[in-house]
Design a protein around this ligand. Sequence first.
Ligand SMILES: Cc1cn([C@H]2C[C@H](O)[C@@H](COP(=O)(O)OP(=O)(O)OP(=O)(O)O)O2)c(=O)[nH]c1=O
Length: 206
Amino acid sequence: MALTQKLILASGSPRRVELLAQAGIEPDRLMPMDLDETPKRAEHPRSLAWRLAEEKARAALAASKGEPGWDGAYIIAADTVVSVGRRILGKPELVSDASSALHLLSGRSHRVYTGICLITPTRAVRQKVVDTKVRFKRLSTRDIESYIASGQWRGKAGGYGIQGIAGSFVVKLIGSYTNVVGLPLQETVNLLSGEGYDIHSRWTEG
Ligand SMILES: Cc1cn([C@H]2C[C@H](O)[C@@H](COP(=O)(O)OP(=O)(O)OP(=O)(O)O)O2)c(=O)[nH]c1=O
């Protein structure tokens, strides 16, 4: 009975699929939502993560509306934002932007905010933002150049992926590690369970 519940992950991020799989959850459908992720003027990083997660989830709701079999599905979306103070780093596309981001992160602390938004089968909207404080060691010019050459910064907020080489830059991390990778697992599982999604039946052997 419980496993007739359907879950839509409104994301195109392979990291989010892997993180959910780690928690024993396999979405029934992936719906990447292509939105304008430009921050509003003076928008706080926390507000941006909150807003974009909600926009992604609502866009998936609108896109799946009326489709047979998907009307009562759970919909989950997330957005990860990296900031140094109030400065939002974005997802660099150019080498020059990735290099500036890494120079900025070098030898200091920054914050990673991930907004999660869950739309329930009754269409209630549940949201939260989780933040993690991360401190990088001082990066040498060689560190930055070689990291840029690895390509691991592409498509990632703040121009780095903690799950790869950049994990070796981390001096200190306070909060959720999975939040930095793109989806805070404890909070996501809590949100889903709290809304009646049967997590435990998915934790089977094999
Ligand atoms: C900081 C950091 C970010 N990231 C990734 C997670 C997210 O995929 C990305 C942040 O961009 P997002 O806009 O949150 O997500 P996305 O565009 O990749 O995917 P979608 O909107 O379809 O869900 O950065 C890492 O993989 N590792 C890290 O250490």
